[in-house]
Design a protein around this ligand. Sequence first.
Ligand code: SAM
Length: 342
Amino acid sequence: MRGVKVPRALAEELRVIMARRGIVDKTLAILDDGGHVMIPVLKEPDPEVLAKFHASTFDGQFPSRHTRTDPIDQVRASVSVPEELKLLLPEKWEQLGDVVTLRLPKELGPYERDLGEAYAKALNAKTVLRDIGGISGDYRTPVVKVLFGTDTVAVHRENGILYKLDASKVMFSSGNVDERMRMASVQCEGETVVDMFAGIGYFTLPLAVYQRPKRVISCEVNEISYGYLVENIALNKVGGRVEPILGDNRDLPGDAFADRVVMGYVKTTHEFLQTAFRLLKSGGVLHYHETCPNELLPGRPVQRLRDAARDDRVEVLRFKEVKSYSPGVSHVVVDARFTRTS
Ligand code: SAM
């Protein structure tokens, strides 16, 4: 039997990533020796992912997993939904701390309260939300309905970082986990970094917790997200190097002082490039996110950077898909060096 051995502190994050990719052998039990966790796998995981988590593969024995019931089986067994509709029960959900968000097909609408309770029990969650409108508006707010429980505030742990947020008011994209992990390893010792779309600290926190920037200026326009950003800076003890700012990033004062600018936003990010280039020093690095139809990749995001830089120079350092955003549309990130020519 093939297994992956990973340090205990990183095991849950790696398990989630591998489970999403269908690599975890769910028929076998996960083992824990205190220092490391051994996860049974069906095939060899991506070596880059293994390296990121300080994990390795090995051949060994795993006991079978008769004893634990899959949460979805528990839900199926406990809900009073007509048998033919049980096929529609969601087998995936978003769990942030002890708050769960579900997407339910309309056929299950009449049973939503019961389902909320059943998923809460099966997943040991205090609150269950129903996603009824995705993520909306400039503040990227989730549109949800509470099905079970009352307290929608969660503390989510990922990569050793605590993210406190109200899951009914503030988004958290699990799909961006690789990018948050990458930010934790971006070398930025002594740098001044500006996070233009800080949210609750999605990218600010990994950078500030795992690297040694001189200063991270984290700008957020939504008062609710800003409140959690301030709390998360304290929770993760990075107050000495992170300066939260409430307001529109276009109003940030100063020119050419940032070694690095992070633009973790989608849909209209390019409209903020003039601000990013104003803030960046010559030779500084930009992490530019964009959602782009696949047929326009990789040209459009790079062209947008060049158009906004006008006579100044933009050198692409790295181009990567973060995730699939919607059918035919990708969320990508371009790292680019910006050099002034005038
Ligand atoms: N990259 C994040 C992740 O990993 O999940 C998600 C994007 S985050 C939600 C984007 C944030 O930018 C939101 O909190 C939104 O309120 C904020 N924002 C939007 N326009 C802004 C502006 N002009 N100035 C500052 N913050 C802004």
